[in-house]
Structures are given as C-alpha cells and as structure tokens.
Design a binder for this molecule. Structure first.
Ligand SMILES: Cc1cc2nc3c(=O)[nH]c(=O)nc-3n(C[C@H](O)[C@H](O)[C@H](O)COP(=O)(O)OP(=O)(O)OC[C@H]3O[C@@H](n4cnc5c(N)ncnc54)[C@H](O)[C@@H]3O)c2cc1C
Ligand SMILES: *[C@@H]1O[C@H](CO)[C@@H](O)[C@H](O)[C@H]1NC(C)=O
Ligand SMILES: *[C@@H]1O[C@H](CO)[C@@H](O)[C@H](O)[C@H]1NC(C)=O
Ligand SMILES: *[C@@H]1O[C@H](CO)[C@@H](O)[C@H](O)[C@H]1NC(C)=O
Ligand SMILES: *[C@@H]1O[C@H](CO)[C@@H](O)[C@H](O)[C@H]1NC(C)=O
Ligand SMILES: *[C@@H]1O[C@H](CO)[C@@H](O)[C@H](O)[C@H]1NC(C)=O
Length: 471
C-alpha cells in the first residue's frame, strides 16, 4: 500500500505506529480528537520536492491522506486520519529574508514563534498568529487574525507568493503575475487546492510592542463591552490597536472571568487608546513594553479535547450582552465530570482590515468594507466559542452545548439585524459550513479554480479533513 511505496522512496522519513517519530507527531496535536486517530503511517517531508513526490506516490494508489501543520485545529480529522497517510509538514522550516528585507520566505511547516524570533533582529515583522505555537501552514490558508490586523489585513493578504504542490505532483508558484487565480483562492480557501510548501510574505517595519492585560469580574462586562465598542468604533480608529475580550467559564467553580488582551503595536507605555478599558475596576491590570517574539512565546498547551465554533456580527454592545447571556444560560447548567473550561472571545475585524485585501489582490473571505462597516459601523465582531476538557464521557454533552449556543447566537443576531454570514475558518467547528459563508460568487470562483488545478477533486475526496469546497 501507500506506506510501503513511501517507505521505499523515503526510508526513515516514514514512521509507523509504535515508533518514536510517529508518537511525536501524534503527541503534537493540541486536540485529543486528532491524536486518537491512527494513520497507517506518518511521513515527514523535508523539502518542497519531497511533498510533490509524496503526492505523486500516494494519489495513484487510491489512499486517503491528511495534511498536518502544527496541529492546532480542534476537530478530529482536520489534520490527521485513520488508516491513511498523514503528511506532517513540521520539518519544512526554512526561513529566509530577502536582501531588501521586504519579503520573508517561510517553510510551510514553521510555527509563528520561529518566524518572529528570526525577524526580530532585522526590525521587521509579519502578521501571524498571536500564540507562537500555532502553525503558519493552517493559519495562513484560513485567513489569519494577528495583532497587526488593522495595519496589515488578514495574514493571508500579505502572501505575495505561495509555492504549492498540486494533486498532479507538480510544484508551482501562485502569485500576482502567475496563477493569480490560485493565489487568491488560497487566501481563505483552506486546504482545498494543494499543499502549500512555502509562503513568501510581505514584511513591515516593526519594533517592540506594548501589551496591556486586564482582568475584570464578570459584573463589569457591560463597561468592558462599552470600552471595546468605543475603541473599535472610534472615527479616528488607531490602527496600532488590537483588542480581544476573552471570557472564561470554569464549570467546577461556576465562575466567569474577563481577560482583556489589549495590544498596541508601538512601544508606547500605557497607550491612551485603552484608557477607558483600564479605568474599569479590575482584578489585575498591567502594561509592559516587550518584543513580539517574547510575547508570543507561549508554552505549548497540553493535549485536551477541544471544541471550536464561530460567528460574526455587527457591533452592538447590547448584542454582546445578549450573547454573553446565551453562553451563560447554555454552559452554566453543564456539570462535566473532570471539568470543562469555556473560553469565549470577542475580537474586532476593523474596516481597515477588510479594505486591505482590495490593495493586495483580494481574498475569498467575502468581507468587504461596503458590507456595512465602511462608514459606520466601522468593524465587525468575530466571536469564538471554544472549550477544553479531559473526560471523553463529557464530549457529546459539551459539543451539543457548543452547537446550541452557536445556533442561538446566530439566530438572535439574525432577528436583531446584526448577523453576518461570514464564518471564520480558523475558529469554526467542523459542523459549520464555512466555505458557503464566503458567498455564492466566491464559491463559484473557488470551484473554477479547483477544476483547473485539481480536476479530480483530490483535495476534497482524498483529503477529507478541513472545510471542503462542495462539488
Ligand atoms: C492556542 C491557539 C491560538 C490560536 N491563535 C490564533 C490567532 O492568533 N489568530 C488566528 O487567526 N488563529 C488562531 N488560532 C487558530 C489557528 O489559526 C488554526 O487552528 C489553524 O488551523 C492552525 O494551524 P496549524 O498549522 O497549527 O494547524 P493544523 O491543525 O496542523 O492544520 C489546520 C488545517 O490547515 C491545513 N494545513 C496545514 N498546513 C497546510 C499546508 N501547508 N497547506 C495546505 N493546508 C494546510 C490542514 O490540513 C488542516 O486542515 C489559534 C488556535 C489555537 C489552538
Ligand atoms: C509509542 O507509543 C506507544 C503507545 O503508547 C508505545 O507502546 C511505544 O512504546 C511508543 N514508542 C516509543 C519509541 O516511545
Ligand atoms: C511568480 O511565479 C513565477 C512563476 O513561477 C515566478 O517566476 C515569479 O518569481 C513569481 N513571483 C513572485 C513575486 O514570487
Ligand atoms: C476550576 O475551578 C476549580 C474549583 O475552583 C479549580 O480547582 C480548577 O483549578 C479550576 N480550573 C482551571 C483550569 O482554572
Ligand atoms: C521562549 O521560552 C523558552 C523557554 O522558556 C526560552 O528558552 C526561549 O529563549 C524563549 N524565546 C524567546 C524568543 O523569548
Ligand atoms: C449565569 O446563569 C446562572 C444560572 O442561571 C445565574 O445564576 C448566574 O447569575 C448567571 N451569571 C451571570 C454572570 O449572569
């Protein structure tokens, strides 16, 4: 079968159940649901040509496969597979800054902390994941929200060239002048078109950043949501701003806590833009000037069961309050053995972020400033519901609750006239119809691109993991 053929060609790069390299790949998933799947073998390409040859070896044999970056997707089967082959990209870690410093080439198996650490001495950076352990591979093809979103758009908007291994085993570039349709499709289209082997990404000048972290009692939520809205909706919105309001619920203590991550991407101590937020009575509040790599240097999270679900809506503080009540009413009654932590976010997608795509060849996310956040409101809110737990007997109840809460939020948003179709791929649950949420024009475009570069639909039918383009 495919593993034997791969082993004949790639030797030690192929590992089998019981072997150390196989175990390491399995252990590196953040979600237990992924780690519980058992591929027949794991292969670790070390260069782009390997990836192309692997595809040429697997595809004719009819074996299914999965593409794994740094394993941060929540759902089982997104980047791993039972019985098939898992292509673990994490050895593709080349990093190379162009002579003029304008573009950094990133091996698709890199994680963000390595990119930031490499770039910091050159005083340039790129717009990537906030948690440095997250993979470049998955975040980029799903969009990418960063501390720099208001200056640099979605992470994917900054890709000037993708090097991609196609289903045919061909290795091609997709950029503004060559294969530009594929270039645009990969900016949000997920793993539907090929395996990206290298991302060439535009950099920007960047020094130290200012990080304000505050925690509030849940009774302050109304004031926190007001501050969030006032900051995001300011007529003179400051593009160095990056604010996420995160709310944790511990099912054992039954306590909610608000944690605000207020980053300012200039080394300004206590930036005034956050004055209203900082003035709210808090449990703790701190500000520090730090480097991006030091701040993104999160420790690896232990493997647990994970749930992700996401929706997008127009700004409305009253709707944020209503959303909180939906979360609380749905999650509060759940008595999960072993405990569950619900971790819910509000993040802003400001107008300047969606406008950026128009200057960089477009993406397929289907968000555009004219959709209502051009003049006012000036931003969207992306909501993330996530949960982590350890006891498998609780999985069904937790997943049902996550789904119920999402459905309630979406239908409440619709009835209040603040709902948006867009569902953010990197925050969505496997049950969501993400690609459809990009709108019919984008779906048609993606189908056309798929027909051209993957006429046999290998990346839908043979690579079952991830959000799939419908036939
Ligand atoms: C702790 C944590 C923090 C996060 N922080 C952020 C954040 O700040 N901003 C944000 O936008 N998102 C964030 N996310 C979400 C994150 O973007 C997604 O989980 C993303 O899919 C992770 O990419 P990965 O390579 O680590 O994951 P994987 O699970 O390995 O891959 C995810 C998907 O991408 C596909 N894929 C991976 N590599 C490639 C490739 N080279 N070519 C084609 N397809 C590929 C896989 O097949 C899979 O379907 C975070 C997630 C976690 C768990
Ligand atoms: C890999 O994991 C399996 C199952 O947990 C274990 O039996 C085996 O000893 C491990 N192999 C190595 C080399 O650690
Ligand atoms: C675009 O792709 C072509 C064809 O492979 C390549 O020659 C060119 O250098 C690429 N451009 C960029 C900006 O990478
Ligand atoms: C949740 O609350 C319980 C009870 O107070 C505590 O023991 C546990 O450490 C908390 N879990 C987390 C992850 O904070
Ligand atoms: C990240 O943390 C590790 C372990 O704490 C440390 O060894 C490493 O130097 C840190 N890297 C950066 C860029 O701060
Ligand atoms: C959450 O719901 C519970 C049960 O209905 C209620 O007692 C509690 O006050 C709510 N919490 C908040 C912060 O509203």
């Amino acid at each position: 079968m495919a593993c034997d053929a791969l082993a004949a060609a790639f030797g030690q790069q192929v590992s089998y159940p019981g072997q150390l390299a196989y175990n390491q790949s399995q252990a590196s998933f953040t979600s237990t649901q992924e780690a519980l799947l058992s591929p027949a073998c794991v292969i670790r390409p070390t260069c782009a040509q390997d990836v192309a040859s692997i595809i040429s070896t697997i595809v004719p044999g009819g074996c299914d496969f999965a593409v794994k970056g740094h394993g941060h997707a929540a759902d089982g089967g997104f980047a791993n597979i039972d019985d098939g082959v898992t292509i673990d990209m994490t050895s593709l870690t080349m990093l190379s800054l162009s002579d003029d410093g304008a573009v950094v080439s990133i091996g698709a198996g890199s994680k963000w902390i390595d990119v930031y650490t490499y770039l910091d001495p050159y005083n340039v950076q790129v717009a990537g994941g906030r948690n440095g352990q997250v993979g470049v591979g998955g975040l980029m093809v799903g969009g990418g929200i960063s501390h720099f979103s208001a200056r640099a758009g979605w992470s994917c908007d900054n890709v000037v060239n993708f090097e991609v291994a196609l289903a045919s085993g061909e290795l091609i570039n997709a950029n503004k002048s060559q294969n530009s349709d594929l270039w645009r499709a990969l900016k949000g289209g997920g793993n539907n078109f090929g395996i990206v082997t290298r991302y060439d990404v535009a950099t920007f000048a960047q020094g130290d950043i200012s990080v304000t972290l505050t925690m509030n009692d849940v009774s302050q939520r109304s004031a926190v949501f007001d501050a969030f809205a006032n900051i995001a909706n300011a007529p003179d919105f400051d593009p160095y701003t990056a604010l996420a309001v995160e709310m944790y619920f511990n099912s054992t203590s039954k306590l909610w806590i608000i944690a605000n991550e207020a980053v300012y991407t200039q080394p300004v101590p206590n930036p005034p833009v956050y004055d209203e937020l900082v003035a709210i009575p808090s449990i703790s509040s701190s500000n520090k000037i730090t480097t991006l790599p030091a701040y993104a240097n999160s420790s690896a999270i232990p493997q647990t069961y994970w749930l992700y679900a996401s929706a997008t809506f127009a700004p409305s503080t009253s709707f944020m309050l209503e959303t909180f009540d939906i979360w609380n009413n749905t999650f509060f009654p759940i008595e999960a053995a072993g405990g569950v932590i619900w971790f819910c976010h509000f993040e802003t997608v400001p107008t300047v972020m969606t406008a950026y795509a128009d200057e960089t060849g477009g993406n397929v996310l289907g968000l555009s400033p004219k959709d209502g956040n051009g003049v006012a409101p000036r931003y969207y809110i992306v909501m993330l519901i996530s949960a982590f737990w350890t006891d498998p007997t609780q999985t069904q109840a937790i997943q049902d609750a996550g789904k119920t809460a999402l459905e309630k939020v979406r239908s409440a948003a619709k009835s209040k006239g603040v709902g948006w179709e867009f569902q953010y791929l990197n925050y969505a649950g496997g049950f969501q119809d993400v690609i459809k949420s990009y709108g019919p024009e984008n779906v048609e475009f993606l189908k056309k691109v798929s027909k051209k570069y993957d006429p046999d639909r290998v990346f839908q039918e043979r690579v079952p993991g991830g959000f799939k383009l419908p036939a």
